[in-house]
Write a new protein. Structure first.
Length: 200
């Protein structure tokens, strides 16, 4: 029986970017499929955007992020981030790719790399289209689909599923109804995939 991991994340989440490659590799090692749920933070469940955190916590969060980026071999660019558009439409583009049975993982990686390593404005449709084209997808067609009511309904449904499951932060992985929050929880997910009973 195929193992399925529900993956709750957002393109604008730096920890989702840092953890994408090891998560993908983990799923491949275990022959598990990934079901993506593109979502925002679920503030009603306790998710807190970094901009709303007290300064000491925000300072530590940034330092921890840099440590993990270095550990994972990723480069983060923090300059001029306030000038970038909302990355939410990039999430809609990934949903459109998934629904079209296209390589949504490659698209996710391209969008996150552009946003977090090069500070490209993926809120702009022309940037998203070019990135999708670069990974072998039809960016214009996907962008058109991403703007449809169908995709926006899936975005809303994803959020509802996440909220009901108790998800609050990004990324969160769910396997056999057990939640693992944060890319630093991947070792615990791996134990579960190995058949070990999760520690409650």
């Amino acid at each position: 029986m195929t193992k399925t991991i529900d993956y709750f994340y957002g393109i604008g989440s730096p920890f989702a970017f840092i953890g994408l490659a090891p998560f993908r590799d983990l799923a491949e090692r275990h022959g598990a499929s990934i079901r993506p749920y593109l979502i925002p933070l679920i503030e009603d469940n306790g998710g807190i955007y970094s901009r709303n955190r007290p300064e000491p916590r925000r300072t530590y969060w940034t330092k921890d992020l840099k440590r993990w980026a270095a550990h994972r071999g990723k480069t983060l660019t923090f300059e001029n981030r306030a000038a970038l558009s909302d990355p939410t439409p990039a999430g809609l583009l990934v949903i459109a790719a998934f629904e079209a049975n296209q390589d949504w993982l490659a698209l996710t990686a391209a969008l996150q790399e552009a946003f977090w390593s090069r500070a490209e404005d993926i809120g702009k449709p022309e940037v998203r289209i070019a990135l999708a084209d670069a990974v072998g997808l039809d960016g214009a067609a996907l962008e058109q689909h991403a703007q449809s009511e169908e995709i926006r309904a899936i975005w809303a449904s994803n959020r509802a599923v996440a909220a009901a499951a108790g998800v609050f932060g990004l990324p969160t992985y769910r396997f056999e109804n057990e939640l693992y929050w944060g890319q630093d929880s991947l070792p615990f997910l791996e134990h579960h995939l190995n058949g070990e009973t999760p520690i409650a």
